[in-house]
Ligand binder design. Sequence first.
Ligand code: HT7
Ligand code: ZN
Length: 872
Amino acid sequence: SLPIRLADYRAPAWRVERVELDFELGIATTEIGAKLLLRRDPAQDESLRLDGENLELISIALDGEVLADDAYRLVDGGLEVHGARDGSVLETRVRVHPAANTALEGLYLSGPSETGFLLTQCEAQGFRHITFFPDRPDVQAIYTVTLRADRARFPVLLAGGNPDGSGELEDGRHWARFVDPHPKPAYLFALVAGRLEKIEQDYRTADGRDVQLKIWAEADAIDRCHYAMDALVRSMRWDEQAYGRNYDLDVFHVVATHDFNMGAMENKGLNIFNTKCLLADADSSTDDEYRRVEAVVAHEYFHNWSGNRVTCRDWFQLSLKEGFTVYREQCFSADMNSAPLKRIEDVGLLRRAQFPEDAGPLAHPVRPAEYREINNFYTATVYEKGAELVRMLAGKLGTAGFRRGTDLYFSRNDGRAAALEDFLAALGEANDVDLSPYLAWYGQSGTPRLKAHGHYDATRHEYTLTLSQHTPASLQQPRKQPLPIPVKLALFGSDGRMLPLHTDGQTDASEIVVVLDEAEQCFVFRDVPERPVPSLLRGLSAPAVLECDYTPAELALLLGHDPDGFNRWDAGQQLALRAYDALRDGAHNGAVNAWCDTLAALFDDARLDAALLADLLVPPGEIELAERESVVDPARIYTLRQQLQQRLAARIGADKLEARYRSLAAQSTAGIDAVSQANRSLKQRVLQLLALLDPTAACHHAATQYLDAPSMTDRLAALGVLARHDAARSVEPLVHYRKRYASDPLALDKWFALQAQLPGEGALARVQALEADPAFTLKNPNRARALLGTWANGNPSGFHRADGAGYRLYADRLLALDALNPQIAARLATAFNGWQRLEPHRREAAHAALASLAGHDQLSRNLAEIVGNMLK
Ligand code: HT7
Ligand code: ZN
């Protein structure tokens, strides 16, 4: 297939003003009638072409006349119709097969044929699997949807919009109609039909609309939806207060499914969620999962404005809705919880997932210039880097200025399909600033490296900071431009206090932002009483990698004293990298000691938040460490990182770890309040460190903790320590867990994932054994991700075996998956990212596995694009 290019964008020649859809629902076969009121752009004279995939056309009529065979043509991927005029009405009837749809795109069945329910997934291009339509986001129509089905088999019938009547039909069937008054693109269409239970809550918006909130799930899951309802109500209030955005229909439905390709979907008025991102209760959910539910509920709700009311002109603009909505969710979660902890989590994800993507063969700009398969572009770059770009803009404008900008953006673009330029223009115009230089960030891939060098002039009391930037070349973009990089900074004195800053522009602030927009620039600070320690890129003020010639002692000072939790953590991460390098190179131990000594001191600091301490005690992960190596040996990285943590544990000492563990264990509760979560987080970390020094003692605690655990977080943490440090002793609790949660798919996913994460050469055999478990199936994306995805992405030392056997098995599974669900196969295939930098044996084996995949002629467009890019 040929790539689709941003440069080729043309406004649609044909639009749909109104659409009436009529569904005759059945599990094996569903018939869909569509009536489209068409509008033609008088400036274009193309004939009407509609998208359609895997549709059996039953009938077709134009303006009430059945079309003759030569008046239309079924073509690859669509339908051409001759003779349509502006104002014409096209009627089609098609047949689809939901139960046979394993790709989970379009209309499909969730669960077994006898008991499951029907639902749709239309983003990005699923609607064309439901009916013939101009399936592009800049075609926005008013939808009237009628659902008909057997009442006993499908007691609940839902579609997006406001309810507009329902009633009985013959033969035990019934119907329900919905009208959505807000014009929307096809990707936001949704329906759900089946046996579902609900919980409800009334909500009055700030502007006075009474809304019924309804969350739907299968009977065994409905009791686990209360936390999501609570998160939804908080999200709605927050969007009213933070952005002045109110909900705009009389009902808001949320539906949970176990069978979903992504986390959730923001369909207008009918959000659909992966159960993994919606269900939460103390017995089966971890603290991380509670936070994820809160975040994803908020994210999808926020899309009602950033995505639905203002949508994307074309899929190249995807970050317009995704980057902005991720940013909105990040701010919401920071407000609901701890801002520094949230930032640590998000920056961790950015460095672990986005930076490697941006440095490898799949690198692409936040606004890509071309794609073959749009589903491959729901990436960390579009989402997470996109959110960082919005954060930069928001930081530049300040809270009030950013709000002025978003108000203008929403009012000016309401009901429209917008481009990223519209976003920057509104933010800029509302504040009288020109933000167009920031557009360069959207068009250039790669993570800028920011170099900093400080010079102190003791006689003049002047500190000169020289900043320079460089973005490594990529295949598509051999020459990278300098970007505007906002560098938030502070200067610290040797006593660990922040120094007041005196520059030409500003005086007396303790933290300022300078913008580096050339390859190199100097910034001068006056009246600096002593040689300062700079703290740079605070809060990660731009998605860049900082390379500063700090001494270990300087980083230790920041780790020990920075009043801001995030910056303290970040200094600790940089120091840990130094320590890691020293261990690897057998160099002087200065950095190792500085890292261990400072953390050991903080370990004793009773004022420090327990959750922050837990994060401080974790060095950068294996993927981040691998990113800095020119030749990667994942087994060696694992071993060195273990050694580094062992040094830390030894420096703190077994007695202190043991005592801290006991005191935290004595305070354990099942609560999900911040204090209880912080307690669990630190307790887990302390137990992990203890296990590196005294595995017997740690496993003894873990065995007890597993049995007594009042929460899933504690239970899994204990199981993890046992499985890593005493395989024999972990057998019984693993079997116990497997039985206890036999009928809880999400809990079973965690069981698969925990074992898939166990490091070292044994991982392959373990994965194969787990594949033989009767609960394993490639058909369910959550299950496939839990076992195969966790192994390949979350267990570098276990996946990257020197003999390449991991790659061969994985490639084989990708092929099998591709035949079922191309979106999931393509996503999992990205685990090969970085293969070119592997040491020669592994590189050759990875190359062979990728080449064998590329040699198959039946690959989906999804998998073919990823594998093809990987091999470029
Ligand atoms: N906007 C949603 C994207 C999504 C999706 C994309 C491709 C295939 C399946 C999908 N399910 C959901 C999710 C979001 O960002 O909110
Ligand atoms: Zn989204």
